[in-house]
Every structure is written in C-alpha cells, then in structure tokens.
Ligand binder design. Structure first.
Ligand SMILES: NC(=O)c1ccc[n+]([C@@H]2O[C@H](COP(=O)([O-])OP(=O)(O)OC[C@H]3O[C@@H](n4cnc5c(N)ncnc54)[C@H](O)[C@@H]3O)[C@@H](O)[C@H]2O)c1
Length: 250
C-alpha cells in the first residue's frame, strides 16, 4: 500500500477508540491525518501521535452542530495543505436505553452525530475529491446496521442509515473515481462498550455468540482502513464490510 505515502486524510472521532487506531494505521503508512473531535483529550492524542513520528493535526469540533461542520471541515483542509484524499467518518455516539425511556432529544442527537454529520462531511469531501477525480470515503457503520440490537433503537436506526447512505452516495460518485464504502465493526474493547464490559453476564453472553470467541482490539481495524484507503480497493464500491470476528455470519 505504498500509494498511501503522502496522502491527506480526515478521521473524525479519533481522539480515542476505533478512530484513534484507524488514524494511527493510516499515519504509519505516511498519511498526514487531521482529527476532528469534540474531546478535551484531542490535543494530548495529537501530541502522543506526533511523538511517534506521525504527521497529525487536530481540529476541535462538535459534529452535532450541523451548521458548524463546513467551518471545521475547511479548517481541517487548510491543515492538510488544501488537499483531501481520504475521509473516515468514525465519530459516533450511543445511549443504551429502553425506547420508552429514551428522550426524543437524545434520539435526535444520535441521528445528528451518527448520520447528518456523516452526510454533510461526505458531501464536503466529495466536492474536494471531484476536483482530482479520486478519493476514498469510509463510513463507520456497525453490525447493528443489520441487527436491531438491544436497547439500541436510536443507535441501530442511525447505523442502518449510515449503511444505506454509503450505498446511495457510492452510486452517485463511483463514476467520479470516489470509492464510498463502510466498515461494520463488531464488538470492540472501547469506551462505547464499557457498559457491556462492566456487565459480566451480558459480556459473556455476547462473547459466546462471536465465533472468534472475543471482542476485537481497536488495532485490528487498521488493516481494513488501510486497504479501503489505498489503490488496492479502487474497484470496491458501496460495500458494507463487517470486521466482526464472524458475528454476522453466525
Ligand atoms: N466499539 C465498538 O465495538 C463499535 C462497534 C461498531 C461500531 N462502532 C462505531 O465506531 C465508531 C467509534 O466508536 P468507539 O467505540 O471508538 O467510540 P468511543 O466512544 O471510544 O469514541 C468516539 C469518539 O467520537 C468522539 N465524538 C463523540 N461525539 C462527538 C461529536 N459530537 N463531535 C465530534 N466528535 C465526537 C468522541 O470524543 C470520541 O473520541 C462509532 O461510530 C461507533 O458507533 C463501534
């Protein structure tokens, strides 16, 4: 994947978790990465990655504020020397709760961050990429794009939408040399899943349904994002690729 060297990428929600592992996976192949994240830990993450010798920038952004997204996107492009080859729309939120108790404001916020922000960033990225007739858009869906999950009404709705959005945008932009694909992670050891890992019975029951017999480590997503960002995947369009230890196949 030598073609990744010198490419420019935005990765959202990469102050920690899966986004951080994917940002690092790109940076280790010589990609200059700009992270968009709301986290107060963003500057520390950027510093840590730079200490490892990677070219990394950060822009603080609340992606639930849809009207501010164009501004933070432009800041990121400026930090990437006015170029964009890859965007990984990873930032996402979840509020596990029975549907009857979930306030509609929370349902809406989950859709704002997980879907509307992804739509807006895809559009802005595609405008840049169309200038070169080339680009890679990678959205982070979930295995809950295919399944309803439990106490996950807003989250599974949002991830189903990410999968459909990915296919729809792929149909529009494949002819422009833009590959729009999604990764559907299974269950990984991140903060998002802390509530499951803290519930031994739930954790054991989930693990027993994963053919690999364990949750994934975030670093195990790096190879997939490197592949979908590189020329090796130029004829892959509109795919929702599970990286889930076999969970969906069961
Ligand atoms: N962890 C898993 O098992 C799993 C499985 C399937 C899908 N996913 C998806 O992967 C993505 C990353 O998940 P994770 O497990 O690393 O979660 P995480 O909670 O560890 O990290 C999420 C990141 O997104 C950022 N973020 C949250 N709200 C934001 C906002 N409004 N604006 C900007 N940034 C914001 C957070 O600051 C954080 O850095 C999410 O889209 C999630 O739905 C995760």
């Amino acid at each position: 994947m030598n073609d990744l060297q010198g490419k420019k990428a935005i990765v959202t929600g990469a102050a920690q978790g899966l986004g951080l592992a994917m940002a690092e996976g790109l940076a280790e192949y010589g990609v200059k990465v700009c992270i968009l994240d709301i986290s107060p830990n963003l500057s520390q993450t950027v510093e840590d990655l730079r200490k490892k010798g990677y070219e990394v920038e950060g822009v603080t952004a609340d992606l639930s504020a849809i009207d501010q997204i164009e501004g933070v996107f432009n800041q990121a492009i400026e930090k990437l020397d006015d170029e964009l080859d890859i965007i990984v729309n990873n930032a996402g939120i979840h509020k596990p709760m029975p549907a009857v108790e979930l306030p509609v404001e929370d349902f809406q916020r989950i859709l704002d961050v997980n879907v509307s922000a992804v739509f807006e960033l895809c559009r802005l990225a595609a405008k840049e990429m169309k200038k070169k007739n080339k680009g890679k858009i990678i959205n982070i869906a979930s295995v809950l794009a295919s399944q309803g999950g439990f106490n996950a009404s807003a989250y599974s709705t949002s991830k189903g939408a990410v999968a459909q959005l990915t296919k729809s945008l792929s149909n529009e932009w494949a002819k422009d040399g833009i590959n729009v694909n999604a990764i559907a992670p299974g269950y990984y050891k991140t903060e998002l899943n802390r509530f499951i890992m803290n519930d031994e019975a739930r954790y054991e029951s989930l693990v027993s349904r994963i053919p690999a017999g364990r949750f994934g480590d975030p670093e195990e997503l790096a190879g997939t994002v490197q592949f979908l960002s590189s020329n090796k995947s130029n004829y892959i369009n509109g795919v929702i690729l599970p990286v889930d230890g076999g969970f969906l196949g069961r």
